[in-house]
Write a new protein. Structure first.
Length: 307
């Protein structure tokens, strides 16, 4: 059992899960507001041996050094790699601190968002149809950049509606090949696709000047990641262009973070919902279960040792 567990900000647990935290530590402190600086974060952690945080704050090396009692940090958000994490995992490891995170808790909502917006765009629900006349997803050439869990789910959903799927990833995936998905170099995928879906880890940028040149005009670009998949300047130039078809280039993002900033909202061709579509009732249920499982697994590993 932890001696003191602190959540430095709202962490998104459902009420039943939040109550279970009190069975896992002698003292539990849950903060409501988001801390604005390291001084506030360090002050909130204090002498706690366990810390929880969401994606809206960061625990860096300075905070870790200022809070020497920490033994466990639970990220109540996605952890894909140390490089993309909002915790300095390398420094934490050097200090003997265990850091856990979760994955695959909000993907279903993201898939529903993609299909919803794509159908509205193609059919012209609330707007002009993308091709001038309503069309189906059937036969659409869809390129997936990053075939992880969410990218794979988006590909499967599009295939169900009759799209032709190609993808770019670090390497060809046999499971995708078995489904008939075509593995292509990135620039070839961009050139040959009608609609491109970027499903990348946070802070992963793959679309630069040459990639937008390969993408060309009269295209639709979705970004489902937590941060932009592109360099901003070539993306803005791409948005301001249009091909021989006369169709404007379109960019869809659910959140401002995925778009790259509020200054881009309202730009020509930009469609931003300004919400995180993965934050659904079911996603919070999944998040809560995984966060608690991580804590229990850690405590089972180290036994009932009191720090």
């Amino acid at each position: 059992m932890f001696r003191k567990l602190v959540a430095i900000e709202p962490i998104g647990l459902v009420p039943q899960a939040e109550k279970k935290l009190y069975d896992l530590a002698e003292e539990v402190v849950l903060y409501d507001g988001i801390p604005q600086d390291n001084d506030t974060i360090a002050a909130r952690i204090g002498d706690a041996d366990a810390v929880l945080l969401s994606y809206t704050s960061r625990i860096d090396a300075e905070v870790i050094d200022r809070c020497p009692q920490i033994k466990y940090i639970g990220m109540c958000c996605s952890l894909y790699s140390p490089q993309s994490a909002n915790v300095d995992i390398t420094h934490a490891s050097e200090k003997g601190i265990t850091v856990t995170g979760i994955r695959d808790y909000g993907d279903e909502g993201v898939v529903e968002y993609v299909i919803s917006e794509l159908v509205r765009c193609l059919h012209g629900f609330g707007c002009e149809p993308w091709e001038g006349v309503p069309r189906e997803i059937t036969g659409l050439k869809a390129g997936i950049v990053g075939l992880g869990k969410s990218g794979g789910m988006i590909a499967d959903a599009l295939k169900f509606f009759g799209a032709q799927i190609c993808y770019f990833a670090r390497s060809e995936k046999q499971a995708a090949k078995a489904k008939g998905y075509e593995f292509l170099p990135l620039r070839t995928l961009l050139s040959e696709s009608d609609v491109v879906f970027c499903c990348l880890n946070k802070n992963t940028v793959l679309l630069h000047e040459e990639e937008f040149r390969s993408l060309g005009n009269g295209k639709i670009l979705f970004n489902t990641g937590l941060s932009p998949a592109w360099d901003e300047e070539p993306m803005l130039r791409w948005l301001s262009s249009e091909g021989e078809s006369g169709r404007a280039n379109l960019c869809y993002c659910d959140s401002v973070g995925a778009l790259g900033g509020r200054h881009l909202v309202g730009r020509r061709g930009v469609h931003c919902m300004d919400v995180s579509t993965g934050r659904t009732k079911q996603a919070f249920d999944r998040l809560s279960t995984k966060v608690l499982d991580n804590i229990v697994n850690f405590q089972n590993t180290i036994g009932e040792t009191r720090f």
